[in-house]
Structure formats: C-alpha cells, structure tokens
Design a protein around this ligand. Sequence first.
Ligand SMILES: Cc1ncc(C[n+]2csc(CCOP(=O)(O)OP(=O)(O)O)c2C)c(N)n1
Ligand SMILES: [Mg+2]
Length: 341
Amino acid sequence: MSGNSNLHNRERPEAPKPYEATPEELLAFYKEMLLIRRFEEKAGQLYGLGLIGGFCHLYIGQEAVAIGLQSALTPGKDSVITGYRDHGHMLAYGIDPNIIMAELTGRAAGISRGKGGSMHMFSTEHKFYGGHGIVGAQVSLGAGLAFKHKYSKDGGVCLAYFGDGAANQGQVYESFNMAELWKLPIIFVIENNQYAMGTSVNRASSEDQLYRRGESFRIPGIQVDGMDVLAVRGAAETALEWVRAGKGPILLEMKTYRYRGHSMSDPAKYRSRDEVQSMRENSDPIEQTKKRLLELGVSEDDIKTIDKDIRAVVNEAADFAENSPEPDVNELYTDVLVEQY
Ligand SMILES: Cc1ncc(C[n+]2csc(CCOP(=O)(O)OP(=O)(O)O)c2C)c(N)n1
Ligand SMILES: [Mg+2]
C-alpha cells in the first residue's frame, strides 16, 4: 500500500554506555593513540624539512575517534573509508607505519607505491579503502562498500568517516536515503572537529547538532564525546549491535577537535590560541587515558617506557622512508589510466 510509513522502523538504539575496558585493553588504546600522535608529529617535521610534498592533513587531537571505533572492528572483514585526514585510520587498522611514512615521502615502498601521497592510500588487504580528496565522496563510496557486504553476505560492516564540512554535501543525503532504504550495514561517522578549513560548524550549518542529520531518512543518530576513547568504543558497540542485527545504518557524531591547522599550510587565524590551549589542557584524549592508567596502578616509569618505544617505532618509520628509493621513472604510467574509453 502506498503511503504506508510502517514499512520502515522507528525503533531507536539504546543510549551507549562507556566501554568497560580491561586494563590490558586500556593500555592498548593508549599505545595506539600515542602511535598516531607521534607519527603525525613526525610527519609534520618531515613536511617542514621538505621531505613530504603536496597536501598533508594531520589528525592530532582526534586520535580517540579512530582507536575507539576501529578497535571494535576486524581488519580484512569490516571495511573503512575516510577523507584526506587519513593517516590515523590506517594506523588504527594495524597498517605498517613504515609503508605509510614511505608513501608520505613519495617512495616506491609506500602503500600506493609512492604515487598517492598523504590523501590517497589504500590497503585492500585490510579493507581500508582510502584516503579521498573529494569532500563527501567517501560517503557514497562507503554506501557501495556496505552494499557489497550485504550482497555477498560476508558479515562485514562499513565504517564511513566524514567531517562536519562534508556533512553539508548533497551526495551524503543521497547515500543516507539508499542506505536506509536497503538497510545497508554501514556506520556513518561524522568527525565533528568544529571546523571545515577556516569555517566553524556554526557558521556553515543550519542544523549544527549533526547527529540529527539522518532523521529525515529514519537513520538514528548518537552524539558522542569523541575525546574520550571509552565513550567512543561504547558507541561503537551500540552501533555495531544495531547494524549487525540488520536494522540498517546508524549515524555517530563524534565531538572532537583538531589541534593543528586544516593542512600544513594553514596559519589557523580563524580561532584563538586560547581555544586550542584549553582543549589540549582539558580534553586531550591521550592525557585522559594516561590518567586512568595511573589510577589503575601503571607507573610513571612504564608510561615513559611506552613513550620511548613508540618514538623508536616512529623514528624507524622515518628512517625507512628516507632511505627508500623513489619510484623508478619506468613506473610513471603504471596504474595510471592512459587508454581512451
Ligand atoms: C567537493 C570538494 N569541495 C571542496 C573541497 C575543498 N576542501 C578540502 S577540505 C575542505 C573542508 C572539509 O572539512 P571537514 O569535512 O570538516 O573535514 P576536516 O578537514 O575538518 O577533517 C574543503 C572545503 C574539496 N576537496 N572537495
Ligand atoms: Mg571538520
């Protein structure tokens, strides 16, 4: 019967609870977030030295989002897709820092053979599908990945990340419509870091409570403290339960913050130093986790050792990248579309 709105559910997921991590899990989250932080700091240094060319968007400040969510997924089974601020999501999926750094520096050993750079990295082995420079495009592609999961009944879920700025793109809503209509297994994640380049979310969005953006498609939305890895992981559990039960897509708005400029070439004049400083001092995801670990009895010495070990991993990635050769000139047209269709 036409006009029968009962065809689609109005059920709501329950409010997520903070994840009750074991001490081992909490330690793992800490190490993984710290790896992203130190890796990005190193990438910033290499950019400054001219070893990284082109665009480079750092993820510093947002680490709890990728770790909280992806720690609940299985690389190689569940697919992940994101925009250009993508290094952290790859590290969160266990991809080798050496080959990510090699890609950033345009070396043949890089994950895209040195020809993709910061924004264009893939690992089909892990089911990490990029790395996209077109704002919002990853959302439609993510719906396609979710369609594939459903079509081939492989049990996988797609996690499609996009920013607060991307949340105003038209194709996002076309994807929402189809995803709900076809009950696709997809978690849409808005990483609301408060800015799209130099424009704050309130200046650009008539509905700035972005978790509500799926409402007219009957996609439930949840707003999450994206600076707290346990809140993020808790939301991941709720979202996965919903999607895996065949109830269709769900939307998570992660309230987070990027400490650095939009890209390496952004002087960030659109916000005050105090604003950034206050986020760092009061909400830093890594500091919050460190505090919890200390309360659990992990010693300051252990924390120092972890930091030292992670710095060593990152330094090794930088050395590996710097000592790797650039792609051979014969590779110029490999994997590049040169025919006419
Ligand atoms: C279709 C399209 N329009 C504009 C741009 C230029 N652009 C690149 S990043 C960006 C801001 C996106 O901000 P947001 O979605 O909040 O992501 P964030 O950078 O904060 O992670 C814009 C407008 C683009 N790359 N693609
Ligand atoms: Mg943003």
